[in-house]
Ligand binder design. Structure first.
Ligand code: SF4
Length: 277
């Protein structure tokens, strides 16, 4: 049976900012859920797994918020799991402060999710996540459901709040263009595996894996000629039950060699092997 995510291992330093990048279907979200123990039958190990405080900001806030509960109650609910949350009055004050910190007016506590815009809902999700005082904040494509003018505000907010509270951040995105702005380390995933990793400056300035190169080339550039065609990676990520033999990227790889499809392929791209010699 194919395992959709396997042999994934990476570090998230305390207060660090790490990105997990790849197309839809590469296993990023499943990895993030497994870290929090939210995947049945996952075999996981590592120090972060033992942390009781991992909070998530998911893609679609409307699906994550309770539509029949006022915002104040929802933010407070996360706070109650925190032993240091204090009395009801303390929590009410903390909720108001948190909402103010994420840029929402105090009156938001009495509102229902349907009364807020998508950007405001995502700010509430950020407040709910931070209400738990997490050691690790997992932001899984937090701006996918938002319009482009709101995306940068929300991502700036996530990073600023994580920095201020000394919370480690795992940012999950399919957009390599966001990584240089918001992360210090990056893990590039393809077909359930990390195919390249390193500090952001090195990986983005000198990507070695052809998949990373393809993702980087697909980021639109403002300085490109107006009639230049947009670059893409041909094809799509195959589902786990249809992964090809050898390197899973080989049917889409512009640099594939005959050996790449061999059943005894050892999992490390030739370009990464050559450079480590
Ligand atoms: S191992 Fe071969 S097919 Fe896979 S990414 Fe490297 S060059 Fe391409």
């Amino acid at each position: 049976m194919s395992v959709p995510v396997r042999n994934v291992s990476f570090d998230v330093p305390a207060n660090g900012r790490v990105a997990l990048v790849g197309e839809s279907g590469c296993g990023k979200s499943l990895t993030a859920l497994a870290i929090g123990g939210l995947v049945e039958r996952a075999e996981i190990s590592g120090s972060v797994i033992g942390s009781p405080r991992i909070a998530y900001v998911f893609q679609n806030p409307m699906q994550s918020l309770n539509p029949v509960m006022r915002i104040g109650k929802q933010v407070e609910e996360g706070m109650r799991r925190n032993e240091e949350s204090g009395s009801r009055q303390d929590r009410a004050e903390a909720v108001a402060q948190l909402l103010e910190a994420v840029g929402l007016p105090g009156s938001t506590v009495r509102r229902y999710p349907c009364e807020l815009s998508g950007g405001q809902q995502q700010r509430v999700m950020i407040a709910m996540a931070l209400a738990q005082s997490p050691d690790l904040l997992v932001a899984d494509e937090p701006t996918t459901a938002l319009d482009v003018t709101t995306q940068r505000d929300v991502l700036d907010l996530v990073v600023r709040m994580a920095d201020e509270r000394k919370t480690a951040l795992l940012l999950i995105t399919h957009n390599l263009g966001l990584v240089s702005r918001y992360a210090k380390f990056v893990n590039v995933m393809y077909a359930g595996e990390v195919v390249e990793h390193g500090d952001v400056a090195s990986v983005l300035s000198r990507p070695r894996h052809p998949y990373t190169q393809g993702l980087l080339a697909a980021v639109p550039r403002l300085d490109a000629p107006r009639d230049a065609p947009l670059s893409d990676i041909p094809g799509t990520v195959p589902p786990p039950w249809d992964w090809p033999s050898g390197c899973a990227f080989h049917p889409r790889c512009p640099k594939a060699r005959p050996e790449c499809a061999a059943s005894d392929f050892n999992g490390l791209c030739f370009f990464l092997r050559d450079e480590t010699r």
